[in-house]
Design a protein. Structure first.
Length: 319
């Protein structure tokens, strides 16, 4: 998706407002000094760039308010930040630029506004530095409608879970890269029923009293658990649920809310492998729980002698 982005945005910001106080002044009492530019945002050479559009409208005297072109960064909250070419200074912040695609305008802020009020003989100039942005042309190549696959990419994950008897609880984080190449980190927590090798051996022991079975039961049925960290190997992918999403691409808020997950793990001597299927923002549709997306994950875990599986309900938050 990012490779196809080519958008023209009108940025209009009131840099300062002059209020006339002189006794001889006739007419309007205020004058605004504005930055009024069309800016083109494109993706090329592996990153976002912005350029002043040549068919500039508005006052020509505002032309030097922008440096002409530079880099673009998009932060975790969806704000689009126009930077200098060196990327070391912010110029304009367009708030909520990567919010749901239906949004076409928002608040813009100029980073180099004056800090103090200037008092003159017959007027007072107060800094403002706030205005608006609006998409006036979007020639981006529309990606094909995808009902299953998503432009979101799995990055990494980490988690912990512990179980006692037939109940387990777990928490963790996972990081996804959104279609604008921004890493978004989410956290989940929850609990539910579980089953493991120890419980199976207890059932066997009830039928046949063997010493090795009894010793194994003592080792693995008291408290089980596993752990993984972000620096350990993990992989995964994102699958949309067409019943909830149709052809629409996922937004960050589509992952937040009630969740469900199924997990299973095998551990021997502190090392093991685990698999998890996370179902995000689960809601009931036609009496059936339906998530917005499924995120299968697989990776290394730290676990003692353990073969187990569980099903949990929980909540996902961003951050």
């Amino acid at each position: 998706m990012a490779e196809d982005i080519d958008i023209k945005v009108r940025i209009k910001i009131t840099l300062a407002q002059e209020h006339f106080t002189g006794r001889d002044h006739i007419g309007g009492s205020d004058a605004n000094y504005e930055l009024n530019h069309p800016v083109r945002i494109v993706f090329k050479d592996g990153g976002f760039h912005w350029y002043q559009d040549r068919d500039r409208a508005g006052k020509e005297e505002s032309a030097d308010r922008l440096p002409g072109h530079g880099l673009v960064s998009i932060d975790g909250s969806g704000d689009c930040i126009l930077k200098t070419l060196a990327g070391d200074a912010d110029v304009v912040v367009m708030e909520g630029f990567t919010a749901p695609a239906s949004r076409q305008r928002g608040v813009a802020r100029y980073k180099y506004k004056a800090k103090t009020v200037e008092v003159r003989k017959d007027s007072v100039i107060a800094p403002r530095g706030v205005g608006s942005w609006e998409i006036v042309r979007d020639t981006s190549s529309a990606p094909p409608t995808r009902y299953i696959t998503s432009a979101w990419k799995f990055n990494t994950s980490a988690g912990k879970n512990a179980g006692i008897l037939m109940v387990e609880g777990g928490s963790g984080t996972f990081t996804l890269t959104d279609p604008y190449h921004v890493d978004r980190r989410f956290a989940y927590v929850g609990g539910g029923p579980s089953a493991d090798l120890g419980k199976l051996l207890k059932a066997i022991k009830a039928l046949k009293d063997l010493v090795w079975v009894e010793n194994t039961v003592k080792a693995v049925t008291r408290v089980g658990g596993s752990e993984s960290t972000e620096d350990m190997y993990s992989t995964g992918f994102v699958v949309k649920n067409p019943i909830r999403m149709g052809g629409r691409e996922l937004q960050a808020q589509d992952f937040i809310g009630q969740c469900m997950w199924l997990d299973a793990g095998l551990g021997v001597g502190g090392h093991g492998r685990g698999v998890m299927i996370l179902m995000t923002q689960v809601e009931t549709v036609a009496r059936t729980p339906q998530p917005t997306a499924y995120i299968p994950m697989y990776g290394q875990i730290k676990a003692p002698l353990q073969v187990g599986a569980g099903a949990c309900l929980g909540m996902i938050t961003e951050g």
